[in-house]
Design a protein around this ligand. Structure first.
Ligand SMILES: [Zn+2]
Length: 421
């Protein structure tokens, strides 16, 4: 099978490079925003969606226009790719996978892609990369590149520039070593809880970063705006944000690696919906302001984290020969996995579940995770599911007794899936 992988390095641009990179990033942002405005105006006037091919022709006009002569200074391929990005954003919106595309703002981190490997050169031995109209730029060669280079993306974050090198290579078809199927419930007090009862601890490591952030933000607020000391304090704040970002990335990578190495099938609630709803679920009936503040902090940190968690689980499981599934999230926290009774009152508190009918009792997050796995197994047993047979086989291999049926899985089967190992 073909493995696609990205290798990311920090660029070490000189002053001229940096100014040019900012200009190129600005040009790509300009093209993206201009095309988006055009789509919106066109739609308001009753016109049809402008396809990428037509938009690319308009771009040629903009590059030669006397109003925007500086566009011709930017490399053509990344500008075209900005239009492709917008096109993909629209397609995702049309398919219901994403919200409506929004305008890109200056200073929110620029990025642009060189889609054609003929346009650039990478010399890992000399730790340098050649980009059209920029020349050779050095990068921190922190790890080896594997595979054939397909394209590169240049991006900036918190004042630094990075290059992400995408590669492809043929690797042997993976043989899954893990055979268990597991459901996962993501949350605020616990990052993720699995249906086998294990969980990834809350994010205490972020506390010290949060305290540092508050300290430097206070320091910044006491300085005269735009003064030398204000700028120094602002740089500190930016740095803490970067540290928090790095800690989060590290945390999510470790969690997804552990889970994907230990399980062949992982089912999670639909993470897009989780992102929108989890705040209210996370704070119900939890006494004490401390908990609330902590939940608010963790939520802020994880806002983008759950989506990334799912994305990484998906590809890491795939690399290991396993499967990743997302299932509808409705009532997973209120349904009794034992008798199927759905009741808000089943949820005694943030952490306690007690069924009002059959008195089944468990940690509420574990109950959520069991219900997620239950739904996944039921989905797999539907004949319309193309990948179903393969994934159901893995679920069945957990032990011979498990046979997901269209009617759903019974508690006795569930227990065998979860605890038989
Ligand atoms: Zn019950």
């Amino acid at each position: 099978m073909i493995r696609r992988q990205a290798f990311k390095y920090e660029l070490m641009p000189n002053g001229l490079h940096q100014r040019t990179l900012r200009r190129f990033g600005g040009a790509c942002r300009f093209v993206f925003n201009k095309a988006l405005a055009l789509q919106q105006d066109n739609r308001a006037a009753g016109g049809k969606f402008i396809r990428y091919e037509s938009m690319a022709k308009l771009l040629t006009g903009w590059r030669h226009s006397s109003e925007t002569p500086w566009l011709a200074d930017a490399p053509n391929h990344p500008l075209q790719h900005a239009l492709k990005d917008l096109d993909r954003a629209y397609q995702n919106f049309f398919a219901g996978r994403a919200d409506f595309p929004t305008f890109k703002k200056k200073g929110r981190g620029d990025s642009f892609r060189y889609p054609d490997a003929k346009q650039f050169k990478v010399e890992p031995g000399n730790a340098r990369i050649f980009l059209p109209k920029l020349g050779w730029i050095r990068y921190r060669n922190s790890r080896d590149i594997a595979g054939t280079i397909k394209n590169i993306t240049v991006s900036s974050k918190a004042g630094k520039w990075f290059v992400s090198i995408q590669t492809e290579r043929e690797v042997a078809e993976p043989v899954p070593t893990a055979i268990s199927a597991v459901g996962a419930d993501v949350g605020i007090d616990r990052f993720v809880t699995l249906s086998d009862g294990s969980f990834v601890a809350p994010l205490d490591s972020f506390k010290k970063h949060q305290q540092r952030l508050a300290k430097y933000q206070r320091r910044m607020s006491r300085k005269v705006k735009f003064s030398h000391n204000w700028k120094k304090a602002k740089a500190k704040v930016t740095r803490v944000h970067r540290d928090i970002g790095n800690a989060r990335a590290d945390f999510i990578h470790k969690a997804t690696t552990t889970i994907s190495n230990n399980h062949a099938l992982v089912a999670v609630e639909d993470l897009k919906i989780v992102n929108m709803t989890r705040s209210s679920k996370g704070t119900i009936e939890t006494p004490g302001t401390n908990v609330r503040a902590k939940a608010g902090l963790n939520r802020a940190i994880l806002d983008q984290g759950w989506g990334e968690f799912g994305r990484q689980l998906d590809y890491k499981l795939y690399w290991n020969g396993g499967f990743f599934m997302q299932v509808p999230a409705h009532y997973t926290s209120q349904t009794c996995p034992c008798c199927g009774h759905v009741d808000k009152a089943n949820r005694k508190s943030q952490s306690a579940f007690l069924c009002t009918v059959c008195w089944y009792e468990n940690n509420a997050d574990v109950v959520g995770a069991i219900n997620v796995l239950d739904r996944a197994l039921a989905q797999l047993s539907q004949p319309s599911n193309e990948e179903g047979p393969d994934m159901a086989r893995i679920a069945c291999e957990v032990n011979g007794a498990v046979r997901p049926s269209a009617a759903g899985t019974h508690r006795s089967d569930m227990q065998e899936v979860l605890y038989a190992q």
